[in-house]
Design a protein around this ligand. Structure first.
Ligand code: ADP
Length: 470
C-alpha cells in the first residue's frame, strides 16, 4: 500500500509544474522556433532514405513525425495564453509535451530501425548518423526539461541498442570481428550523448538560476528605489510647511512692519531669507522629481503661441532680473509660430533657462530670449553674456544634482536640478534641447519644438491630458 502511494507521488511529481513554468515556456518557444529547421532535416533524411530503401514505409514514418510537429505547433499556440499560474493547465501542457515526445521519438526510432534492418551488410552508418544527429539535437534544444529529455533519449537509446545488437544477433560473429567493434563504438557514442545531455542540462539550470538572481536583484533595487522616493517625498512635504512659515516670518521682519530692525541684524535676516528661499526651491524641485517618478505629472497639451510663451516667461522673471540689474530683451518670431505643448510646463522649463542665464551673468549684462521660425520647427533660444560652461562639463550639465562649479567658493546658488527637469519637460514635448557656450563670453540654450501649421490648427485640435513617467 505504502509502495503504491510512493509510486503515485512520483507520478504526480513528474507532471508537477512547481517552479517549472519558465522551463516549460522556454521549451515550447524554442521548439516552435526550430520547427522549420527540424522539418528540413527530417525531410532531407526521408528523401535520401526513400530513394535507397522502402519509400512507402519511410514516408509513413515521416508522416507520423509531421503529425507530432503539427501537434507541437498547436500546443505552442494554446500554451501562449498560459500565464504560468494555473497548475492544472500547466500539468495538461506538460502531459501533452510528454505525449508528443513519445510519439515523435517512436516514429524516428521506427524509421531508423527499419533502415538498419533493410541494410543486409554490417556498418549502419546512415541510420546511426541520423540517430546521432537527432540525439544531439535533443540534447542541445530539449535541455529545459530533464524528464522530457530523458524520455526522448531513452527511446533513442532503444534504437541505438537495437542496431548495436542487430548484427551481433544476426551473424553471431567472433569477438575479433568488426561487428563487435561497431557494437562497442555505438555504446561509446551512447555514453557521449548522455554526457553532453547532462552538460547542456546543467548549463541551462545555471542560466535559469542566474536569471532568477537577476530578477530578484531587480525587485530589490526597485523596492529600494520606491522606499527612497517615498522617504524623499515625505521629508520634502514635512519640510515645506514649516519652511514656508519661516520664510514668511523672515519677510515680515525684513519689511519692518513689526518694528525697525537694528542695522546689525539686517544682513543676517537677509542671509536667512535668501537661504530659506534656496531651500524652498530645492524642496519644490525634489517634489517635482518625485511626482515625475511616481507617474503623477499630468501634461495638458494644446496649441500654444511660442511668442506668447516667451513673453510670459520673461515677464515672470522680470522682478529677479531687475534685482540683479540685468536687462532682458525679447526677439519674437515673424509669422505663425504655434506649437503643441503644456503652457505651464514649458514656462517652467523656460524659467529655469532664464534664471540660469541671469544667475551666471554679471550686473549690467543683457539676456536675450529669441523665437525663430525654422520651417517645420520653432527654435526658442536664451542667450546670455555670462560666465559660460566649460567644454568638459557637457556630459553632466543635464544630470541630476549636477553643478559645474560645486565648490564652496561658488558664487551663485542652485540645486543642480533645473536643467534635469527642463530636459524632462522638453523631451515629453518630443522636442530637443542643447546649448553652445564659450567660457567668459556667454551661453545660449536652445529648445526646438515641432511647429503646427495653420491647417493643423484649423482641424480643431482636441486638448489631451497625458500622464508622463521619467
Ligand atoms: P543649478 O540649480 O545649479 O542652476 P542647473 O541644473 O540649472 O542647476 O544647472 C546645472 C549647472 O549648469 C549649473 O550649476 C551651472 O554650472 C551650469 N549652467 C547652467 N546654465 C548656465 C548658464 N546659462 N551659464 C553658465 N553656466 C550654466
Amino acid at each position: 500500500m505504502k509502495d503504491l502511494s510512493a509510486y503515485w507521488a512520483t507520478r504526480a511529481d513528474w507532471f508537477s509544474t512547481d517552479g517549472r513554468e519558465q522551463s516549460i515556456k522556454d521549451y515550447i518557444t524554442l521548439s516552435n522556433q526550430l520547427v522549420w529547421l527540424r522539418q528540413a532535416s527530417f525531410l532531407a533524411a526521408t528523401v535520401l532514405a526513400a530513394f535507397y530503401y522502402d519509400p512507402v514505409l519511410i514516408f509513413m514514418c515521416y508522416g507520423v513525425v509531421v503529425l507530432t510537429e503539427a501537434l507541437d505547433m498547436q500546443l505552442g499556440r494554446q500554451s501562449k495564453a498560459w500565464d504560468g499560474k494555473d497548475p492544472v493547465e500547466g500539468r495538461q501542457i506538460l502531459k501533452r509535451i510528454a505525449r508528443n515526445t513519445v510519439i515523435s521519438a517512436i516514429a524516428i526510432d521506427v524509421f531508423i530501425i527499419n533502415m538498419a534492418v533493410l541494410q543486409k551488410s554490417a556498418g549502419h552508418f546512415t541510420p546511426l548518423f541520423f540517430l546521432f544527429s537527432a540525439s544531439v539535437f535533443a540534447a542541445i534544444y530539449n535541455s529545459q526539461m530533464k524528464g522530457i529529455l530523458l524520455l526522448r533519449l531513452s527511446i533513442y537509446s532503444f534504437a541505438f541498442l537495437f542496431i548495436a545488437f542487430l548484427d551481433v544477433v544476426r551473424y553471431n560473429p567472433p569477438l575479433s570481428s568488426t561487428v563487435w567493434l561497431e557494437f562497442f563504438t555505438i555504446i561509446f557514442v551512447l555514453y557521449f550523448i548522455v554526457d553532453i545531455s547532462i552538460k547542456f542540462y546543467v548549463n541551462y539550470q545555471e542560466r535559469l538560476k542566474q536569471m532568477k538572481l537577476i530578477e530578484e536583484e531587480n525587485k530589490r533595487t526597485k523596492a529600494a528605489l520606491e522606499a527612497k522616493s517615498r522617504f524623499l517625498a515625505t521629508v520634502s512635504h514635512e519640510l515645506r510647511t514649516p519652511l514656508t512659515s519661516i520664510i514668511g516670518s523672515l519677510e515680515l521682519i525684513d519689511s519692518e512692519k513689526l518694528g525697525v530692525l537694528p542695522e546689525t541684524l539686517k544682513p543676517i535676516v537677509g542671509i536667512a531669507s535668501r537661504n530659506g528661499q534656496r531651500l524652498a526651491a530645492l524642496i519644490e524641485d525634489l517634489l517635482y522629481i518625485q511626482k515625475v517618478e511616481a507617474d503623477e505629472v499630468v501634461y495638458n497639451f494644446k496649441p500654444v503661441d511660442a511668442n506668447d510663451l516667451v513673453y510670459e516667461a520673461v515677464e515672470s522673471i522680470s522682478g529677479y532680473a531687475n534685482k540683479l540689474g540685468i536687462h532682458v530683451t525679447v526677439d519674437p518670431a515673424e509669422g505663425d509660430c504655434h506649437i503643441i505643448g503644456d503652457t505651464s510646463r514649458l514656462i517652467q522649463a523656460m524659467n529655469n533657462l532664464l534664471s540660469n542665464a541671469l544667475k551666471f551673468s554679471e550686473e549690467g549684462a543683457t539676456v536675450n530670449a529669441r523665437v525663430e521660425n525654422c520651417g517645420a520647427r520653432i527654435r526658442i533660444s536664451i542667450q546670455d553674456e555670462g560666465s559660460g560652461i566649460p567644454q568638459d562639463a557637457r556630459d553632466h550639465v543635464f544630470g541630476r544634482f549636477t553643478q559645474v562649479d560645486s565648490s564652496d567658493v561658488r558664487k551663485v546658488g542652485g540645486t543642480g536640478l533645473g536643467l534635469y527637469i527642463t530636459k524632462q519637460i522638453v523631451e515629453r514635448h518630443n522636442a530637443s534641447i542643447d546649448y553652445v557656450s564659450t567660457v567668459g563670453v556667454g551661453t545660449t540654450f536652445f529648445i526646438e519644438l515641432d511647429r503646427v501649421t495653420n491647417v493643423e490648427l484649423e482641424s480643431e485640435f482636441e486638448p489631451v491630458s497625458v500622464k508622463m513617467t521619467a
